[in-house]
Ligand binder design. Structure first.
Ligand code: HEM
Length: 182
């Protein structure tokens, strides 16, 4: 994945736990210390190794580390470094999610050959909202949970995730989230 993702994970560790702890994560991961240039594409393995090393260092589940990272991505990276893009994408959580493919499309001339996920929103899902996340990768569903929570708080909305149904499809993953907005 592009270095901007690895850099955001690094920044989360430093903000929440300090430089020393981050250094331990980096050592544990075995990842090269020059894997954090925002506009360079790295092997996905770099990101996975960093997330696993952070979970090991903090003695938490990988899924919990990914959830925390999702929240951090929205609060610190997307909202601060890409605030204009974020604001142009939607005024509320659901319209934002409906326009999220457009956001990822719009930056495809910056992040060449990148492989962003896609999202489908179904507002008619019997009293709740269905959000389908489709990725070429496997294992990032908890990251998306964190992203959804981060987005809800960024918009000042309340959201409950009622159901999460991940399904591996080929070499990727498709996860259906059923959410209820407060
Ligand atoms: C405005 C800021 C955003 C930028 C600049 C951005 C950019 C990116 C980039 C560069 C990647 C890496 C893909 C690759 O290297 O192949 C990525 C992945 C991803 N993005 Fe975004 N994104 C933004 C906002 C969001 C938001 C708000 C969500 C919320 C749902 C989101 C969901 C994801 C997910 C889940 C991935 C992981 C890749 C996968 O699932 O396969 N992004 N994005």
């Amino acid at each position: 994945m592009y270095g901007v993702v690895n850099k955001s994970l690094k920044e989360m560790m430093i903000i929440q736990f300090g430089d020393e702890r981050w250094q331990k994560v980096l050592d544990k991961s075995g990842v090269a210390s020059d894997s954090f240039l925002s506009m360079r594409a790295y092997d996905d393995d770099v990101t996975y190794k960093l997330a696993q090393a952070a979970a090991d260092e903090l003695e938490i589940d990988l899924d919990d580390a990914l959830r925390a990272f999702g929240v951090h991505w929205v609060e610190h990276t997307a909202a601060k470094e890409y605030s204009a893009l974020m604001r142009a994408t939607g005024q509320d959580m659901l319209s934002f999610l409906e326009n999220l493919n457009g956001l990822h499309d719009r930056i495809s001339s910056t992040f060449l050959d990148y492989r962003p996920p896609s999202f489908l929103v179904d507002r008619d899902a019997a009293g709740a909202v269905g959000v389908l996340y489709i990725s070429e990768r496997v294992g990032l569903t908890p990251f998306v949970e964190g992203l959804l929570s981060g987005l809800a708080s960024w918009f000042g909305e309340t959201m409950d995730i009622l159901e999460i149904r991940p399904e591996e499809v080929g070499s990727g993953e498709k996860t259906y989230f059923l959410v209820k907005m407060g």
